[in-house]
Design a protein around this ligand. Structure first.
Ligand code: ARG
Length: 461
């Protein structure tokens, strides 16, 4: 049982601890289907090149078919002493089909095999995640469509700045997720390259056809340097970087949802099924999903750091350190998928509290810039207008009232350019947002245009 695939030159079996310490099967078995696909492509190519007989290829395919069934039904027996997914599958194949199983590894190494598996596995996950990001965008655009005219305070430095529309605010996230989505599509091209045929590091003596196996596996191209092919893991780093950006964006959204739903803001409510209670405080309703997501963003950033540090000192070509690429990548995949799914479910259930947001937008003089613009349009240089409005704000704030609550006379005492129309044109929240009416700005009309643009984009996807 302790006899290993490579034990020929050894005089004693590997120590139990070493086995446990160096084995990866517990986590790399999730790539089993990719591993089998890679093996079948390799065998098919070797057959075409005249190295593997038709009968062997047929046996390998038949054996693999059964192994796939065993894995899918949970009947496959994974053995730690067989180290990793590759040797487990190969050993079972040999059990099932005999010599053909032993011939499978001709002209191949676990080094190009594992690199191939990782790329195949990741390619599929990238596609799933890309779709999930798109779904989240759709959910957000749908929500924005209902809130094109909803006024809320916009903040800079967490201080009330200018009124914005909630639709506009939500669409900001749709833009972030669009960059995330296209980042995935872009890096997929670099993932989708075939390392197969690089063998251990130098290539192989067999007359292989790397283009053929690459084509069978749907790879876009063949990696052009065998040393690079077995040792490159930048595709893992790139992927976790993209995943951590997605998480970072979700984390920012989470942070906003968390304070929006706090009693101090009461801007919106999250659906009950996405909140949790307290075991001691009966009144509590906590935004746990958003908080968990915010926390998990740190975890995925950690996955990225693990990989960059893992790779930074590795000489060419393969080194066993590289096996440590798996858990961070898998963790990032699982975390980002779960988090996206949670938000796709949760966001449609968010109920904005429009009155409360508008009330909050009234406090903190968010139309002060509008008043300055009003004066500027009447000929006052902007810097002077800024100064005048500063004094107006000072008066209102001393009195504890809103700008619109000052009388026309009082306003006029600061500048006689101010006239009756100031209330309607400058100080009203609705006029403030409506006036910002150009591409990318917050006016309800612009938000509607953006919603239409996105809807159109989704229809064409
Ligand atoms: N489980 C190994 C990994 O993930 C497979 C490659 C092993 N190659 C070797 N020469 N020991 O990296």
């Amino acid at each position: 049982q302790k006899k290993k695939a490579w034990s020929g030159r050894f005089s004693e079996p590997v120590a139990d601890f070493v086995l446990r310490y160096t084995a990866s099967v517990d986590f790399d078995k999730r790539m089993a289907l990719a591993d089998i696909a890679g093996s079948i492509a390799h065998a098919t190519m070797m057959n075409k090149c005249g190295v593997l007989h038709d009968q062997d290829l047929a046996d390998i395919k038949r054996g693999m078919k059964q192994i796939i069934e065993e894995i899918k039904s949970g009947k496959f027996e994974w053995k730690l002493e067989l180290e990793d997914v590759h040797l487990n599958v190969e050993a079972r194949l040999t059990q099932l089909v005999g010599d053909a199983g032993k011939r499978l590894h001709t002209g191949r190494s676990r080094n190009d095999q594992v690199a191939t598996d990782m790329r195949l596995y990741m390619r599929e996950e990238i596609d799933t995640i890309t779709d999930l990001v798109c779904e989240l965008q759709e959910v957000l655009v749908h929500l924005a469509a209902n809130e094109t005219d909803t006024i809320m305070p916009g903040f800079t430095h967490m201080q009330v700045a200018q009124p914005v529309t909630l639709g506009h605010h939500l669409l900001a996230y749709v833009e972030m997720f669009e960059r995330d989505r296209t980042r995935l599509i872009d890096l997929r091209r670099r993932v989708n390259q075939s390392p197969l045929g690089a063998a251990a590091l130098a290539g192989t003596t067999y007359p292989i056809d790397r283009n053929y196996s690459a084509e069978l596996l749907g790879f876009e191209a063949v990696m052009q340097n065998s040393l690079d092919a077995v040792s490159d893991r930048d595709f893992c780093i790139e992927f976790t970087a993209a995943a951590s950006l997605i998480m970072m964006h979700i984390s920012r959204l989470s942070e906003e949802l968390i304070y929006w739903m706090s009693q101090r803001f009461r801007f919106m409510m999250l659906p009950d099924r996405f909140t949790t209670g307290s075991s001691i405080m009966p009144q509590k309703k906590n935004p746990d999903v958003a908080e968990t997501a915010r926390g998990k963003a740190g975890r995925v950033a950690g996955d990225l750091i693990s990989l960059t540090v893992l790779m930074k000192g590795l000489p060419l070509a393969y080194a066993k350190d590289t096996q440590e690429d798996k858990e961070p990548v898998f963790d990032a995949i699982d975390t980002v998928k779960d988090t996206l799914r949670a938000f796709i479910e949760m966001m449609p259930g968010v109920t904005p509290n429009r009155e409360e947001m508008k009330k909050a937008a009234q406090a903190g003089y968010p139309t002060a810039t509008d008043l300055a613009d009003y004066l500027t349009k009447k000929g006052l240089p902007f810097r002077e207008a800024h100064d005048v409005v500063g004094s107006v704000v000072k008066l209102a704030s001393n009195r504890g009232c809103d700008l619109a609550e000052l009388s026309l006379e009082e306003l006029k005492s600061f500048s006689d350019l101010i006239e009756e129309d100031v209330y309607e044109k400058a100080l009203k929240l609705e006029s403030s947002v409506a006036a910002r009416d150009h591409v990318g700005a917050t006016a309800p009309r612009q938000v509607r245009i953006q919603v239409a643009r996105w809807t159109d984009i989704f229809e064409k996807r």
